[in-house]
Design a protein around this ligand. Sequence first.
Ligand SMILES: Nc1nc2c(ncn2[C@@H]2O[C@H](COP(=O)(O)OP(=O)(O)OP(=O)(O)O)[C@@H](O)[C@H]2O)c(=O)[nH]1
Ligand SMILES: [Mg+2]
Length: 270
Amino acid sequence: MLLIQINSHIKIRSLLRIVLLGKRGAGKSSAGNTLLGKQPFYTAASSQRVTKDWSMSASTVDGHRISVVDTAGWTDLILMNDNTILEIAEWIDQSDPGPHVFLLVIPIGRFIKEETNTVHQILEVFGEEAHKYTMVLFTKGDDLEEMTIEDYLKDTHPDLKKIIEVCGGRYHVFNNRDKENKKQVSDLLEKIKLMAKRNEGRNYTKAMYQKTVDQIEVKWKRERIMNAARAEVEKEINDSAVGSNYETTRSKNTELKPSPDTKGTVSTKE
Ligand SMILES: Nc1nc2c(ncn2[C@@H]2O[C@H](COP(=O)(O)OP(=O)(O)OP(=O)(O)O)[C@@H](O)[C@H]2O)c(=O)[nH]1
Ligand SMILES: [Mg+2]
């Protein structure tokens, strides 16, 4: 046990591997730059996804070697499919042998249902085992103005509170516009190191990811079977509706249109 702790201490001291995740435009690349104290990641105010692929950069911060993987912005349109699964596996590979921490980047502001869906999707993709390696990193801390993050969280959307709870109550806030504020970086590193120590220096692994992918694939398979069954039932209902409409129309036509051999008898009878 002691040996494991010493080893993990050495591991954490040698390189802290960080992966940034979050919705498009959440401030992931900016947060990566703030963390590293340099600008390896391109950032922009855009309604489109700015970062389209992952990239990695490393630096020494407060005497610690850290590597940061910046990832493409999650959008509601990114439906999980085989390509996304492979792309994520690559991000994890980049952080070989696996990240010590996922920073779930969420901008300060109005937290609406759409954000919740994205965050839930991210949490689902990495699976339950990832929760203990995840921390919420709020960006746009300047928007808090006079408020503290604790004040902001007191009145926030219950879904956001739940997300923080899922992440073991871990969160931090960055103002990426304040490049002089080195304390925000040191404080985050301290929180990450504390978390890494609690995890005994272990990191999220590709095997953990594989496990969740297998579960997702089973879920997809089940959904595909259910959808096919549903489509079959709908088709049967439609077919029988068309059939009965046809019958109704046919019988209406039969009532209204006199057959050629009865033609004339209908109107001339009286
Ligand atoms: N005011 C303020 N703006 C910020 C902050 N962090 C990021 N931004 C701005 O938010 C916009 C998006 O930031 P990015 O870092 O490019 O966001 P991203 O999550 O990497 O975006 P994608 O790569 O498209 O997913 C940019 O205009 C940033 O300048 C912050 O702390 N405060
Ligand atoms: Mg980006």
